[in-house]
Design a protein around this ligand. Structure first.
Ligand code: NA7
Length: 540
């Protein structure tokens, strides 16, 4: 147990929010402005969540800065100046710190405090929240703003603990940075984090070995500096941008081509892909509305991508290894890079294909594959996260009848609207499984969820009711609906972290709601308007 936290607030509050990332910060602001007493418990020593921890070189958002920002305060929108089209981690963190200061949020956040247990008192319907500092709180409402990507995945590779050099995980990069000049560096993992870090690491390292198990699709960010004129135009256009984003599939204002991919001429299709390529980022997977449902449409996108990528890789044998052959494009999150593929043209970079020569073990000096030994000074694990459920699963959350959330979710997460769980009254999970989650712009998604929870709490107050609890039949129907929607797409064909497929032992369930951000927003609004149908409203 750590020494007791210096921050001392009331032991009893209306709401405990777990996590001071994008969702947690806005939750604090919103609930507090509704007159509720709120404490935010945060494991890190600062605000920012995923942007606090993920400081690896090259870390950058794959949603445009102007859209990846809060919409709840017009003055905030107008005063903040983004310097780049796609912001890098330091700028996003600076923005979130600015928000924390501007709305005086820090006084209700307890940093360095990791929640260990969240236990329901069935008599009073209050939650007791325990932490690793010894600090304990009770609350009527608990809001989990722990984020879908906050529990790092460290692979169980034999001998990793015997490695004598430095081991770094992309999601826990040292805050003071790392100088890799002249070093032999190994990177395990070629997902979004690896793909962003590799070009930067290659510039510093004397030699860089990239250990790739599965190739991914990456689209260049096409990042640019924003001019004052760009910013003025964006700020003047905010109202329209936000409106389009809220109604869109993924929470950004860019609309898919109005027709299916194969309904247009080859020339028009190519022009559409070129336009998205120039936009850069993750939205390439949504150029056409049927790209993630029709294999033939998907193939047109995949072939366009392949042509672009092969054109910048000098060695065709290396290109063969970098072109994925195991999943349709977009069924894993498309990565966003700057000079990723070109990095393999450098003399100091070597791609090691783990499909043909897997890692056998790690020893004190480096990595043994079945074919060779690679001496290494620093080993970078870009091996991702126990995503979607991992951050919730590491807390002992105990609801009615002493049943834990992990027991309730052992076959996969079971929620109503992503927000509520049977047996866990007044416990709300934000931007997690059962909601669009990582398929949408996380900032607007966080606002949507927090606003919904704030309205729900207001509803209880007007009814003098004490709790809202998802009904079992509503949970079952929502789980079925999410599964049916996912089954209607190509998304279940990839072994992605959307399905928990990257973590041994996790049930294979497609976790995000795939029906679109705008559609989802309508559904949860209708539920609220219908007096929270599907929830039991528990009277005092
Ligand atoms: P990802 O996308 O889960 O990528 C993790 C990478 O690590 C991926 O290439 C994995 O290969 C690889 N990996 C994991 N374990 C191993 C072992 N044991 N051996 C070799 N390679 C391994 O995580 P990221 O952090 O890059 O990105 C997560 C999200 O953050 C991203 O989608 C954005 O939304 C932001 P595999 O594919 O499993 O063969």
């Amino acid at each position: 147990m750590k020494p007791s936290s210096p921050a001392q607030g009331p032991a009893e509050v209306d709401v405990v929010v777990v996590g001071a990332g994008i969702a947690g910060l806005y939750a604090l602001h919103k609930f507090r402005s509704r007159g509720l007493t709120v404490r935010v418990l945060e494991a890190g020593d600062g605000v920012g969540g995923v942007w606090y921890w993920n400081r690896y070189p090259g870390a950058r958002c794959d949603v445009e800065s102007v859209d990846y920002s809060y919409s709840f305060d017009e003055a905030l929108q107008q005063e903040w100046d983004w310097s780049e089209k796609y912001a890098a981690q330091p700028e996003i963190l600076a923005y979130l710190e600015h928000v924390a200061d501007r709305f005086d949020l820090r006084r209700d956040i307890e940093f360095g405090t990791r929640v260990t247990d969240v236990v329901l008192d069935e008599q009073t319907l209050r939650w007791q929240v325990d932490t690793d500092t010894g600090r304990a709180l009770t609350a009527r409402f608990v809001v989990l703003a722990t984020g879908p990507l906050s529990n790092a995945n460290t692979p169980a590779i034999e001998g990793l603990d015997t490695f004598a050099g430095r081991v770094l995980h992309t999601s826990h990069w040292p805050h003071d940075g790392v100088d890799l000049t002249g070093e032999r560096v190994g990177v395990i993992g070629t997902g979004s984090s690896g793909i962003q870090a590799i070009p930067c690491l290659a510039e510093q390292a004397q030699r860089l070995h990239v250990f790739q198990r599965t190739a991914n699709y990456s689209v260049p960010a096409g990042n640019t500096l924003l001019t004052e004129q760009d910013r003025r135009a964006q700020k003047a256009d905010y109202a329209r941008r936000r409106q389009l984003s809220m109604a869109s599939g993924g929470g950004s204002p860019h609309q898919a081509h109005p027709e299916p991919a194969l309904a247009v001429s080859e020339q028009e299709r190519r022009a559409a892909y070129e336009k998205r390529w120039a936009l850069g980022g993750v939205l390439f997977s949504k150029t056409f509305p049927d790209q993630l449902t029709d294999p033939a449409a998907n193939d047109t996108a995949r072939l366009f991508w392949e042509e672009k990528v092969r054109a910048v890789i000098d060695d065709p044998r290396v290109a063969d290894l970098l072109v994925p052959g195991d999943h349709p494009i977009g069924t894993k999150r498309i990565c966003t890079d700057t000079n990723y593929y070109q990095t393999y043209n450098r003399d100091n970079v070597e791609l090691v294909d783990l499909k043909t020569t897997p890692i056998a073990r790690i020893d004190a000096e480096g990595v043994h594959t079945t074919a060779a030994h690679y001496p290494i000074d620093t080993l970078v694990l870009a091996t991702g996260f126990d995503a979607m459920t991992g951050s919730v699963a590491r807390m002992n959350i105990v609801g009615r009848d002493s049943r834990t959330l992990n027991e309730a979710w052992h076959e996969g997460p079971k929620t109503y609207l992503g927000l509520g769980m049977t047996g866990f009254p007044n416990l709300f999970n934000l931007t997690g499984p059962g909601s669009p989650s990582v398929l949408a712009n996380m900032v607007l998604h966080s606002e949507l969820h927090v606003d919904w929870v704030a309205e729900a709490i207001g509803f209880l107050e007007t009814r003098a009711a004490v709790a809202l609890e998802a009904r079992a039949d509503a949970v079952a129907a929502w789980v079925d609906e999410c599964a049916a929607r996912a089954a209607g797409t190509l998304m279940t064909q990839a072994n992605s972290w959307y399905l928990g497929a990257n973590i041994a032992g996790r049930p294979r369930v497609f976790m995000p709601f795939v029906g679109g951000f705008g559609v989802y927003g309508q559904i949860i609004a209708e539920v609220a308007a219908a007096q929270y149908k599907g929830f039991d409203v528990i009277e005092a």
